[in-house]
Design a protein around this ligand. Structure first.
Ligand SMILES: [Zn+2]
Length: 117
């Protein structure tokens, strides 16, 4: 399961941050997950439950927001949401479209418990 390795990397990052900040535990991990990131949140949460055991993130809450897929036309620079994954500019009809958002899988912020336990 892809989500297990994603979560494993993610926990390394957030627990390193918690250590650096001298926090006791991690209360909330808030993610930004793109529509096209290929991440299933339920699987991610399942991986979190297992992998966070014994770390500062154990008992913490995993939250996320979905980032909509957006394309940017390289000909006229207009931004749009590609319907049905059709990557063609609705303004000028150009097929030269870059994905400008929707592939991210990143930590937006984490909330730490300063008190420790
Ligand atoms: Zn265009």
């Amino acid at each position: 399961m892809h989500e297990v390795s994603v979560m494993s990397n993610l926990l390394e990052i957030v627990t390193a941050t918690a250590d650096r900040e001298g926090a006791g535990t991690i209360d909330v991990i808030h993610l930004r997950i793109g529509e096209m990131a290929g991440i299933n949140f339920d699987s991610l949460e399942f991986a979190f439950e297992i992998l966070s055991k014994g770390t500062k993130a154990e008992g913490g809450r995993l939250e996320y927001e979905r980032v909509a897929l957006m394309g940017r036309c390289s000909a006229c620079s207009s931004e749009f949401h590609p319907e049905d994954l059709v990557f063609r500019c609705p303004e000028c009809g150009s097929g030269g479209v870059e994905i400008s958002a929707g592939r991210e899988m990143e930590v937006d912020y984490i909330l730490l418990d300063e008190e420790g336990s």
